[in-house]
Design a protein around this ligand. Sequence first.
Ligand code: AMP
Length: 214
Amino acid sequence: MDILLLGAQGSGKGTQADSLSAKLTIPHVSSGDLLRVVISRNTVVGQKARPYYDRGDLVPDEIMIAMFLGRLSEPDCARGAILDGFPRTVAQAEELDKALAPLDRRVDHVIYLKADPAVLVKRLANRYICRANQHSYNLVTNPPKRPGICDIDGSELYQRSDDTEEAVRRRLDIFYNQTVKLLDYYGERGRVREINAEQPVQDVTRDILRALGV
Ligand code: AMP
């Protein structure tokens, strides 16, 4: 089963994807996490992507498509995956469809995590993630037990370089101007379910599982 989580920055995609991944035993594949790894390792691809990432702009399709589809072709994704952050453009969605079709696969479910932009901006200002595995915390609604330390793996928590006010504004603009077009793209195929992402984390998870019928 391939499930796409669609939502603006701060809507809780990463958190929900981790829960779903554990529940459904298929991997959580996050385009942002893949990028943060190559950027922190300063690889050639990381160096190319970094300026776009830091500004909050979309990284060019050719980089993202190769990186994400490469990850999806690994053996652990053979039974499906929770897709987080990719596709973000119609061109990426078309490439994804083309890659899945020969495997007799397609995006089976699109879950749209909907929240008011004002709520998202507030969440992002309080968001910290861990160095080792990108586990996400919110200093107000979901603080770590020990300040500055990840509960799960003990690594340091930091604020993302693209969670600055200016980059956040840009990323939300891109979401509402470009990525929302995917709701039409998948909506025409009758696969989109909308979930209220302003609820507490567990309630959002419950609603997603109901929407998936599991
Ligand atoms: P995220 O962690 O999903 O919020 O992504 C962080 C940043 O990574 C975005 O603001 C973009 O710069 C870049 N990025 C992630 N996924 C994509 C994608 N599918 N296409 C283009 N850029 C992306």
